[in-house]
Design a protein around this ligand. Structure first.
Ligand code: ADP
Ligand code: F6P
Length: 324
């Protein structure tokens, strides 16, 4: 198919994720290699509406593949949720000659990308979120780095928890998705994992398990609690009062979202960035790049957004067996 695209715009939107810079670099350099111009849009859709648009060349993305965060900055933008905001965004793209747009972000950002696509801007989404909560893909940029960061931090808390024979509640990110909690729960050998998708609020059951484990000679009890369940500090106080076992809460917070991306995040993000450009060159629009069954694939954004995802029941059950 003829290459109708002349200028590609790129933006990052929603929560940042380690590996976004690798994707930006891949988009810029692949586009240049295909003979296209590239414009960076700062601060997501907010920057688009403010026309914060810069020309990018190969040197604009030097020395960033190893850095967390996003050199384009990111933001959330209420105005872009409105039809007026979306029309204005499309007009600004046209004014700057942007006829293809790559949006790196989560489902919310893809909703915005879909709107721009309907308004005549060829748009491709790349999944970027540490939460892994995008249904059409088994990989999202930043999850691998975030779980490794959290895993290392939890190992450290575990050392002191064991020395003091305490119970520790460690809260990891994931407002509505428990993937970080589940993976860390398995990787760190946690006695309990509280997931927004599964936790039924049975705190007495949790307390009974802590007492039971102590009777069986366990010197600590690690609970990985997802942000979406929350209340770690008050839960720790109630557990200590009910069990007599000293209990501490640690909220890992935003340290999980920063740091040097892992090899996996650098490589997958790079391939996805290149693929997004090549899809635009093939004349495609309203697609989202994914990774399924060992391959990089792409889906219609509307179909991708309609897909459902849940944590694996099998993995959740196994995580319980492994700490008996
Ligand atoms: P994520 O992309 O990580 O899911 P958000 O849900 O915060 O993050 O969405 C990022 C931005 O995408 C929002 O601030 C908004 O500008 C835009 N957005 C979200 N939902 C829509 C929507 N339904 N229509 C248009 N734009 C949207
Ligand atoms: O990036 C995803 C995420 O980390 C969620 O798990 C979390 O709830 C949210 O972002 C918090 O984002 P912020 O602090 O930027 O509002």
């Amino acid at each position: 198919m003829a290459n109708a695209i002349k200028t590609i715009g790129i933006l990052t939107s929603g929560g940042d994720a380690p590996g976004m810079n690798a994707a930006i670099r891949a988009v810029v350099r692949t586009a240049l290699a295909r003979g296209l111009n590239v414009k960076g849009i700062m601060r997501g859709y907010a920057g688009l509406l403010k026309e914060e648009i810069i020309d990018m060349d190969s040197r604009s993305v030097s020395d960033i593949i190893q850095r967390g965060g996003t050199i384009l900055y990111t933001a959330r933008c209420e105005e872009f949720r409105t039809e007026e905001g979306q029309r204005k965004g499309a007009e600004i793209c046209k004014k700057h000659g942007i006829d293809g747009l790559v949006v790196i972000g989560g489902d919310g950002s893809f909703n915005g990308a879909c709107k721009l696509s309907n308004l005549g801007i060829n748009t491709i989404g790349i999944p970027g979120t540490i939460d892994l909560d995008i249904a059409c893909t088994e990989y999202t940029i930043g999850f691998d780095t975030a779980v490794n960061t959290a895993m290392e931090a939890i190992d450290k808390v575990r050392d002191t928890s064991t020395s003091h024979e305490r119970c520790s509640i460690i809260e990891v990110m994931g407002r509505s998705a428990g993937y970080i909690a589940l993976w860390c729960g398995i990787a760190n050998g946690a006695e309990d994992i509280l997931l927004p998708e599964r936790y039924d609020g049975d705190e007495q059951g949790l307390i009974n398990r802590i007492i039971e484990h102590r009777k069986r000679g366990k010197s600590h009890h690690i609970i990985i609690n997802a942000e979406g369940v929350g209340h770690s500090t008050s839960m720790a106080k109630r557990i200590e009062a009910a069990t007599g076992i000293e209990t501490r809460a640690t909220i890992l917070g935003h340290m999980q979202r920063g740091g040097r991306p892992t090899c996996k995040d650098r490589v997958y993000a790079s391939i996805m960035g290149a693929k997004a450009v090549d899809l635009l060159c093939e004349g495609k629009s309203n697609r989202v790049v994914g990774y399924k069954h060992g391959d990089y694939v792409d889906f219609d954004i509307n179909e991708a957004l309609a897909m459902q995802k849940d944590v694996s029941e099998y993995q959740y059950e196994i995580s319980k067996i492994l700490v008996r």
